[in-house]
Every structure is written in C-alpha cells, then in structure tokens.
Design a protein around this ligand. Structure first.
Ligand code: HEC
Ligand code: HEC
Length: 238
C-alpha cells in the first residue's frame, strides 16, 4: 500500500544504511512504560541535548543506555509519552522508526532546517539516531480525537481534499503512515499546518519532493482544513 518514493534515493539509502542494524535486531517489547518528561523548561532541555554526551556518566554507557537517559530531554519538548503540548512541536508518539531516523538524518545533515532540531541533531552519532528512532517507535500512538465540538463543515472539506489529493495512498488509509512515510493522524494541528505550508513554499524539502508536488493547487483554506481534519482524524488506531 505504501509505496517507496524513488526520488532523492541517495538520502533514503543513507538513512536506510544507518537504520539497518536496528531493523535487524530482535524487535523490542511492544509497549514499555513511557519515559517521564522532566519539568525542565524547553530551552534548557535543548541545551542539554545539544551538547551530546555532556551529562554522560563516568562509566562508558552504550549508545542505547545514554540515548534512553537523554530521551527525557527530548520529551520535555515533544511531550510526555511523545504527545506534544508544545506549540509547533510535533508529537512523536506513533511515529515510525524509519521515518524518525530519516528526519534526524536530514536535520543532522542540514537538509531539513529548524534551529532547535538542527542543534539537537548536530552532535548525534549514527548509533544515537538509531537508538532515538527505536525509542520513538516504541511510544504508543496518540488516541483518536473526540468528535465533540468539531466543525463538521471543515472536517468534511478536509476529508474530501485529502481524498482528492490521495494523501492516504502514501500515508495509509487511516493516515498512520509506515516505514519512511510519516504518521499524520492525530498530529498537532498547528504543526501540520506549518509543515504543509513549508512543503508548499518549498522551504521543507524532505528526502523526496513528493510532498511539494502533492500540495500544489491547494489554497491556504484547503491546507488549513486538511490540517484540521488530520489532527482530529476519527478512525486512526492508537
Ligand atoms: C527545544 C525543543 C526540542 C527538543 C529538546 C527536541 N526537539 Fe525534536 N523537534 C522540535 C521541534 C520544534 C520540531 C519541529 C521542527 C520543524 O518544524 O521542522 C522537532 C522535530 C523533531 C522530529 C521530526 C518529527 C516529524 O514529525 O517530522 C524528530 C524525529 C525529533 N524532533 C526528535 C527529537 C529527539 C530524538 C530529541 C532529543 C534528542 C528532540 N527531538 C529534542 C523541538 C525539540
Ligand atoms: C507520493 C506519496 C505521498 C503523498 C501522495 C502524500 N505524502 Fe505526505 N509525505 C510523504 C513522505 C515520503 C513524507 C516524508 C517526507 C520528508 O522527508 O519530509 C511525507 C510527509 C508529510 C508530512 C510531514 C509529517 C511530519 O511529521 O512532519 C505531512 C504533514 C504530510 N506528509 C501530509 C500529507 C498530506 C496532507 C497529503 C495529501 C494532501 C500527503 N501528505 C500526500 C509522502 C506522501
């Protein structure tokens, strides 16, 4: 169902090379207890994560152990259990390992630009990225939104546009994605809208131009209704 995009295959191949050892390892337990987000303020967390290994214990920790310890700082921005309550910051819950590692790779290589995440990813080793992607993939996805108080007209318009533009052809019929394609169901609405605008403006390129092409012809109102619909996606599995 999800098809592999062949453009910019080099980036994907590089990310796949990094991801592969993780993919070959035994599957981790499905639902570990979600890591607790610390009370630390976001900028402090950013600094803590940006200086890779600064807080590492004296004994040499394996990348997985040290990533686990540093993951709490990620969740200070990305929310407890990866469910973000921070404006313009995506939930990581329910995101796929391969998608996550591809994006971390793009941030690290400066191909996806965001001041915070570029700084966070800069010091990451391949092993760090694998470990973080694995931790992200183990966060259970966000629950389907409650249908109460929703604007039925915007939901219907968003659903129609998503279907016309075949979003589900790549992101899955329930928009939960897979492999290198993002889960977009029940993502934060403000982040969805901002990132769709970036794709449309060509300021976010990703590893493929699929998203830039697929949004051409959509009006600002159309983008907003699609973001509204996806954020409140009724049928997504957790
Ligand atoms: C200071 C806040 C902050 C911290 C700390 C932070 N992030 Fe982020 N992260 C963001 C923001 C904001 C974005 C969205 C960037 C954009 O709009 O391009 C993001 C995006 C991401 C994405 C892409 C998600 C997607 O849906 O495309 C991943 C993966 C990610 N972060 C992982 C991490 C990991 C792993 C850590 C810890 C090592 C971390 N982040 C720490 C703020 C933060
Ligand atoms: C041809 C396949 C394809 C189609 C069709 C498609 N997408 Fe995507 N989409 C992708 C891929 C691949 C990515 C990740 C690309 C990257 O690296 O930035 C992505 C990323 C995204 C993201 C970013 C997610 C995040 O967490 O940052 C959003 C939002 C999104 N798509 C929404 C949509 C919407 C809405 C539609 C329909 C209007 C759509 N997509 C149609 C393949 C597709």
């Amino acid at each position: 169902m999800l098809f592999v995009v062949t453009r910019s295959a080099a980036v994907l191949a590089a990310a796949l090379l990094i991801a592969q050892p993780a993919a070959l390892r035994a599957q981790p337990a499905k639902k570990p207890a979600p890591a607790k987000a610390p009370a630390a303020a976001a900028p402090a967390a950013s600094a803590a994560v940006g200086v890779a290994g600064a807080a590492a214990p004296a004994a040499p920790a394996s990348p997985a152990t040290s990533a686990q310890a540093r993951f709490a700082a990620c969740l200070a921005c990305h929310g407890e259990g990866g469910r973000s309550v921070t404006p313009l910051t995506p939930s990581l819950a329910g995101q796929h390992s391969f998608y996550a590692i591809t994006q971390l790779f793009l941030f690290r290589e400066g191909r996806r630009n965001n001041p915070v995440m570029t700084a966070v990813a800069k010091g990451m080793s391949d092993a760090d990225m694998r470990a973080f992607a694995d931790l992200i993939a183990r966060l259970p996805g966000p629950p389907a939104a409650s249908m109460e108080g929703l604007d039925a007209r915007r939901m219907a318009n968003g659903a129609t546009l998503a279907s016309q533009h075949r979003c589900g052809g790549c992101h899955g019929a329930d928009y939960t994605g897979g492999n290198q394609v993002a889960r977009i169901a029940n993502q934060r609405e403000d982040y969805l809208l901002a990132t769709l605008r970036e794709y449309q403006a060509g300021t976010r390129l990703g590893y493929t131009t699929a998203m830039n092409e697929t949004l051409s012809g959509l009006t600002p109102e159309g983008l907003a209704d699609i973001a509204y619909f996806l954020a409140n996606a009724p049928s997504a599995k957790p």
